[in-house]
Design a protein around this ligand. Sequence first.
Ligand code: F6P
Length: 366
Amino acid sequence: MSEIKRIGVMTGGGDCPGLNAVIRAVTKTAILKYGLEVVGIKHGYRGLYLGGDQFVNLELTDVTGIISKGGTILYSSNKDNLFDYTYIDEFGQEQRGDVSDVGVENLKKAGIDALIVIGGDGTLTSGRDFSRKGVKVIGVPKTIDNDLASTDTTFGFDTAVSTATMSIDRLRTTAESHSRIIVVEVMGRYAGWIALASGIAGGCDAILIPEIPYDINKVAEAIKKNRARGKDFAIVVVAEGAKPKDGEVMVSKIIENSPDPVRLGGIGAFVADQLEGLVGLEARATILGHVQRGGTPTANDRILSTRYGSYAVELLMQGKFGNMVTLNGNKMSYDSLENVIGENKNVDPDNDWVQAARSIDICFGD
Ligand code: F6P
């Protein structure tokens, strides 16, 4: 007989399309297949620390109809690491330190036997650390950036790429009407997956990604070559983490109290200005920003989220704690949280996506 009777589920880090679909799959699998009770922990690890009304029972009715809903019904936080947490002590003084024992105690008080954490590297790092403290944890990989190691695809990526592609389609008609260069800046942190995928799907002239530092002159030459062939406009997609061969990434903001304080941004406008001068066409920059994280998940993300959520419960029931659910070659699998953390999955500059893009003369600026 399994000792798991009551499980907790939480979402941490930046939101991402498909979170609700995972919560739904976890809840339905747990209740309908295994007769478990499910507790949703609101606001990620902050809710775990606060306890009380942050812990809510999830019934089937709570997850009905949420598969198509963006965001997370459990809310999220990307600042709260209980192993290095800022809190107010009993004397009203601000303190910073390890309060993870409070989280463990709150799980015990609520009778929660195991925890499913849905998040990116920050959330999963804490998941690993709670696992080291003896909490029965399973991780589910979330991020639009698709940069988590051990899994082929994170849920949310497909939706972000679809949103970016749809935006590029819209920008194309205005670029064409005015014979302009439009530079589209997309998210992705230090990985170029969103830029690469949407740049191919959107039929862009150039794709600039962190993994292939660019020379702006090469990009300008490519646009000029396309002009000579009769195309009097251009679309360039640039990842927020892209950088010139002789330069650094552009930082838009530092969030002091975040475990991952650097926010990238600004490269799109920089590239547009340079191209305007070098090519002699008017240029504009569009930053897609958080629109890539919002809204309803694609069918593929809903399916992937459902597979991840239900498989996470299977792993719990099999006693395979301390692991993250993974997708490997279209099969569900798992890997230790110890292996997943600290490893970024970047675009291999020689992969077949890049090769296919090069074959159709998309410029990477190298
Ligand atoms: O990791 C997801 C992501 O959207 C990145 O692509 C982006 O760099 C970052 O989060 C933005 O973070 P925030 O929501 O704190 O601005």
